[in-house]
Ligand binder design. Structure first.
Ligand code: SAM
Length: 372
């Protein structure tokens, strides 16, 4: 089942399809299905034939697994066979370069206003992570035309796009330096949007203005503010408007189950505050402080273990133990980590002004754009 249904109309996995195998929550591997073949990993030996002809998104049981018969402890013996999405692909793919991650490509897709049927021009292709996300947005009739300086990297990306069933949506041109040669083969005003993930996007203003439709949108992806300043300056001087820079950092939340009688995040935080607070000197405060110190230490661990045991017992015995109903209450706590770890880049957007853009000689310094 290709990503965008390009290869077959069947809802089931087919021979030759690329799927994503999830071994555990953070271990994803791309696998191309071949009739009669097996996938071997630490969870066992998996027959491709058990997936071919069936819907994806299901558990894939091992035919045999490493522990069987050898006296050693058996492994889980299953993985999950998943349909590729741009999000899963960006986690499973082989990284040949830095890549654009889903939280950024989602914001770029939104602000570039990408829709089915549109033409997006992109450079560089890199590992193809962004191209796949954009391909989903413009498919089935639209196109991503991607330019990459490094020919072997371009070829490898094109191979991936074929495996994902995206060969009709993404076209890669390899071995082209877009700064020097421009978007070869792209006509004036052909693109609805342009995406630049290059070391010097600020040198591309004229070429971007040439290929963009009036009111088309461009985005530059820059890791540092110096690049952002140069790009914004280029857009302000050129035939562009509505220049803005955004960043889409990931905020990670820690989520925990609190079993009744054990401290949650807030209590733990409070107890830590009290321990550190020298102002708590009166008798009752000292008592509270002592309790909290205890609670924040081994008592907390004991309570947690006891709670977990009760929960397990209740699960096993239909909620009963020694004839009594066991009541175990649990609730979920979730709070963000205070540090921000997901920042990758700044996204600078601009829109091309309406009207025709004409190139004119500029004292030997290359063409200068004029709005006609
Ligand atoms: N957006 C890509 C992704 O999500 O996988 C990653 C792009 S990677 C960071 C930047 C790519 O731009 C590299 O593969 C590099 O070879 C290419 N590149 C750099 N300068 C270029 C130029 N002048 N013309 C074409 N490609 C260029």
């Amino acid at each position: 089942m290709p990503l965008l249904q390009g290869r077959s109309s069947s809802p089931n996995a087919c021979d030759g399809d690329l799927i994503i195998v999830q071994e555990k929550y953070n271990a994803l591997t791309p696998v191309v299905l071949r009739a009669g073949s097996f996938l071997n990993n630490r969870y066992g030996r998996f027959a491709h034939d058990d997936v071919i002809g069936h819907p994806l998104g299901r558990r894939w049981e091992a035919k045999s697994h490493p522990g069987t018969g050898s006296g050693t402890q058996a492994c889980a013996g299953f993985v999950h066979a998943l349909k590729p999405t741009p999000e899963l692909w960006s986690l499973a793919m082989f990284h040949r370069t830095q890549i654009v991650y889903p939280h950024d490509s989602a914001v770029i897709t939104l602000f570039l206003d990408l829709r089915p049927g549109q033409v997006l021009i992109e450079s560089g292709t890199g590992s193809g992570s962004a191209s796949v996300a954009f391909a989903r947005a413009v498919a089935p009739l639209g196109q991503v035309r991607s330019f990459e300086f490094h020919k072997p990297r371009a070829d490898a990306a094109q191979k991936d796009f074929r495996a994902l069933g995206l060969e009709h949506v993404v076209k890669v041109t390899g071995g082209v330096d877009v700064v020097k040669q421009g978007f070869l083969g792209v006509n004036d005003g052909e693109a609805d949007a342009v995406f630049l993930d290059l070391p010097a996007p600020y040198l591309m203003g004229e070429e971007v203005a040439r290929v963009l439709k009036p009111n088309g949108t461009v985005c530059t992806f820059s890791p540092c503010l110096e690049q952002v300043q140069k790009s914004a300056e280029m857009f302000r001087k050129g035939p562009f408007h509505s220049v803005r820079t955004v960043t889409a950092p990931v905020r990670t939340y820690e989520t925990r189950e609190q079993i009744l009688g054990t401290p949650g995040f807030d209590e733990l935080q409070e107890s830590q505050k009290d321990v550190a607070n020298p102002a708590l000197n009166d008798e009752s405060s000292r008592h509270r402080k002592r309790q909290r110190i205890e609670l924040s230490g081994s008592t907390r661990r004991k309570l947690k273990t006891a709670g977990a045991e009760r929960l397990e017992m209740a699960d096993k015995n239909d909620g009963r133990h020694d004839g009594r109903v066991i009541r175990v209450a649990a609730r979920l706590h979730s709070r963000p980590f205070s540090s921000m770890k997901g920042h990758t880049s700044y996204l600078t957007f601009a829109r091309r002004k309406r009207g025709n853009v004409k190139a004119s000689p500029n004292n030997g310094a290359g063409p200068k754009l004029l709005l006609g």
